[in-house]
Write a protein that binds this ligand. Structure first.
Ligand SMILES: [Zn+2]
Length: 268
């Protein structure tokens, strides 16, 4: 077992890494429908892989501990599709806060929630803000959603789909699963669905500018649950994207682990 996995450590070993100033990383996934071609566990699998790869890449420069992935997220917007399991948003915020509180209680002073599901973003921000209120300035609590870490440029070069092609169960997620678990991808069932709802101020999908926000359920516009273009997905693109994402997360882990709290109060 990898040395950075919390699940394999003893309490003495945890005390030791806390003493070395380790960053605690909590990957947060989901359990929800991913169209007719990807398994329900997709988001949790991808974010777990990225967390582990990032820990390996960062290991020379930062002490990192990865907790087991929180696999149950906020997926009520997928509930029309069987198999989706979801926590009520308020309860999710409480769960996340409790995990953060436990880590802080054990002495971790830097905690990163690594998110792998769009529906978790807003409640995770609430949880992180409330943890800051509660824990005070002695503990840094951060949130990163892996596809948002300045990857747009690289993704533009990597992708074959147009705007809207990368979204829920679209080109990137399907590529990642083709690389990670090819046997779980039902390619014969994949279906291109790029929503037409796109205006100057609103768009659906990753890397689509959308200053306006809309509360929606996926069933409002996608009958079969996927949003994007899985037909152009390849395992090779998945490998490249996962590597890029892991490198960015590792880069942030190194930055984050070096922030001294007083630096935040630097006076000009
Ligand atoms: Zn997903």
């Amino acid at each position: 077992m990898e040395k950075f996995l919390l699940e394999g450590m003893t309490h003495e070993e945890v005390r030791e890494v806390v003493g070395e100033g380790a960053v605690a990383v909590v990957p947060v996934g989901s359990f929800e429908q991913h169209g007719r071609h990807l398994p329900l566990i997709t988001d949790s699998r991808i974010v777990t892989y990225i967390a582990h790869e990032a820990a390996k890449l960062a290991s020379e420069k930062a002490r990192v501990v990865i907790s087991p992935t929180l696999w149950l997220g906020c997926s009520h917007h997928h509930m029309e599709f069987p198999g989706t399991l979801s926590l009520d948003r308020e309860l999710f915020v409480k769960v996340v806060k409790d995990v953060g509180r436990c880590l802080a209680r054990h002495g971790f002073r830097r905690i990163l929630f690594l998110n792998g599901h769009g529906g978790n973003s807003s409640p995770l921000k609430v949880a992180v803000d409330q943890l800051r209120d509660e824990l005070g300035e002695g503990v840094l609590v951060a949130l990163v959603t892996y596809w948002e870490l300045n990857l747009e440029e690289e993704v533009r070069r990597l992708r074959d789909s147009g705007p809207g092609g990368i979204s829920h169960a679209g080109e990137l997620e399907t590529s990642c699963m083709l690389y990670l678990e090819p046997e779980s991808v039902r390619r014969e069932k994949q279906h291109r669905f790029v929503p037409r709802w796109r205006t100057r101020n609103f768009g659906l999908g990753w890397y689509v500018p959308s200053p306006a926000y809309l509360g929606f359920h996926v069933r409002d516009f996608s009958k079969t649950g996927e949003v994007g273009d899985p037909t152009v997905a390849t395992a090779e693109k998945g490998r490249k994207f996962l590597e890029l994402a892991a490198r960015r997360v590792a880069e942030f882990l190194v930055e984050f682990s070096s922030w001294e709290i007083p630096e935040l109060y630097e006076e000009g």
